[in-house]
Design a protein around this ligand. Structure first.
Ligand SMILES: *[C@@H]1O[C@H](CO)[C@@H](O)[C@H](O)[C@H]1NC(C)=O
Ligand SMILES: *[C@@H]1O[C@H](CO)[C@@H](O)[C@H](O)[C@H]1NC(C)=O
Ligand SMILES: *[C@@H]1O[C@H](CO)[C@@H](O)[C@H](O)[C@H]1NC(C)=O
Length: 161
């Protein structure tokens, strides 16, 4: 009987441990690759600073977009996933340097040279729109929006190069 209990425990304890470790995957609603680069969509909305940290603590970085090709391929993949009806936007790591018109990808501290602003963006509508989100309304022309960094959006993390 004892050996039965030992085996029972070995099984249950092991699977419980695995389940606990695997619980981490709940952090992500979707993972996908575009051009051999891994992307993970968070499952919870958060502000920009938290999004930066959320990716970092998972050994990833908040989304950067190198150029037009990467942007188009990434956006087409999002469109194919098609699960964003109720999500107003996704975080990129793009942010504006204070008192300038320069935008950078924060995790790699590189100036952004390719932009894909939506119509009439960036508009700095409320005078405090210093972070870049991706619009998930697939009918819009151009896909980026400047938005308040305090806004709560879904983070997109990527595997750093
Ligand atoms: C496990 O997942 C549930 C449901 O997503 C979540 O509420 C809980 O906080 C997670 N626990 C840990 C330890 O991550
Ligand atoms: C775009 O960026 C990707 C990723 O850094 C790179 O592999 C690719 O060569 C770039 N393409 C162009 C046209 O610059
Ligand atoms: C989106 O929101 C609508 C209305 O609240 C709801 O009926 C629908 O199920 C939601 N869709 C998804 C994919 O969450």
């Amino acid at each position: 009987m004892n050996s039965f209990l030992a085996i029972w425990c070995a099984f249950i304890c092991f699977t419980t441990t695995i389940a606990f470790v695997k619980n981490d995957t709940k952090l992500w609603s979707h993972t996908f690759e575009v051009n051999e680069k891994l992307y993970l969509l968070g499952s919870v909305k958060m502000n920009f600073d938290d999004a930066i940290n959320f990716c970092k603590v998972n050994n990833l970085q908040l989304l950067t977009i190198a150029n037009e090709t990467e942007n188009t391929n990434f956006y087409n993949e999002l469109k194919e996933l098609g699960v964003f009806q109720n999500i107003s936007g996704l975080w990129t790591s793009g942010t504006k340097l204070a008192k300038s018109n320069d935008w950078i990808w924060l995790p790699i501290f590189e100036f952004i040279t390719f932009f894909d602003w939506g119509s009439n963006q960036p508009d700095n509508l409320y005078g405090n729109e210093y972070c870049i989100s991706i619009l998930t309304h697939f009918f819009v022309k151009g896909h980026w929006n400047d938005i308040k960094c305090a806004e709560l959006l879904i983070p997109v993390c990527e595997m750093p190069n």
